[in-house]
Ligand binder design. Sequence first.
Ligand code: SF4
Length: 410
Amino acid sequence: MIPALSDRDDAADGLAVGALTARLLADDAAHGPGLTGQALIEAVEAAGLRGRGGAGFPAAVKLATMRASPGPKYLVANGEEGEPASIKDRWLMRRRPHLVIEGARRAAEAIGAEETFLYVSDPHSGASLRAALAGCGEAMTVHEVAPGYVAGEETAVVRALNGGPAKPTDKPPRPYQSGVRNRPTLVSNVETLATIALIAMQGRGGDTILLTITGAVERPGLYEVPLGTKLGEALDRLARPFPGMRGVLMGGFFAGLLNRRALDLPLTHDALREAGSGLGCGAIIVIGADDCPIAAAGDVMAYFARENAGQCGACFRGTPAMAKAIEALGLGTIDDAGLAKLKDWSVSLRGRGACGTLDGAAHLASTIFREFPEEVARHRAEPCPRCRALLPAGTTTRFRASRQFDCAAA
Ligand code: SF4
């Protein structure tokens, strides 16, 4: 029987921290000799651990591929938490730095990495990791970059560590083929590595996930729940949505909108993918009774338009065009041709950027039509007061979506 950590308001800034089942959030993670090398990779595979940075790729496959790769290679613990609605990585680095370092140490040993980098943008996380490294005598390099939506994308990570800007590059090659110093490099999210530490030391882990839940809820915060928990249960027992919620922005900004059907979906990568969404980095923004899903999509699209790396024409032209179209929908000024264009872009722009940002933006646009068709029709029929109310006085452009949490919030 897994002991449950009772949820508690222990964050100084009022963000709740709690769990239905505590693994990563528990502060009593046992240390011990544990598993190393091939045995650790097999345990990670048995645990079914999927990467926690967003893509959900099987962690053991990455480890095994890197272990089989000859010659010098590197490990990067990726703590550049670019998703604006997420706080889990910063929380782990600030509150559980030893768990992150232990996971990085074990993963590096398992793949035969000759050097390990801890890649962050939050200075407080960097300081926490440096202090923990000094305390345990581990030789790892903390590399700090300026925060940015795409700065944590794996090719951007490698580019930054090689002395360039933290912006994505075309793939292939992927970092496991050619990364830091042109050598095979494993880029692994810090929650993934912390989970590997638990699997190594406790023989268990990977069966829970961290969620950052914000929006129209009584208790916004960071929560840990067993994988497979229905979203409705996680919300009701932990974050407590206000009555009349209309849906969610799921998995960070990448996985788009879901209407209330989301409440019945189990929190697993596969179930959410089948539902046309994704678990992503576990960031969930609840859209309340007084919120407009079209306005929410418009805010996020404007964020994509502003935060994209400006490298790919389809992205730096396509995201502002989609943002403008959604804004026009909100203001009741879009015509049929404009709406048809938005629908077309939501499909045709996919796969045309160097990184997944444009795919996420196009997917977000498609979920307006799929999840809220009645709202699209209503907005076509009459201007939406909620969308209009969000515009700063005297302007026609809103930029509200932004990094929600500053360093102090972690
Ligand atoms: S797809 Fe967009 S965010 Fe990604 S590299 Fe190209 S311009 Fe930058």
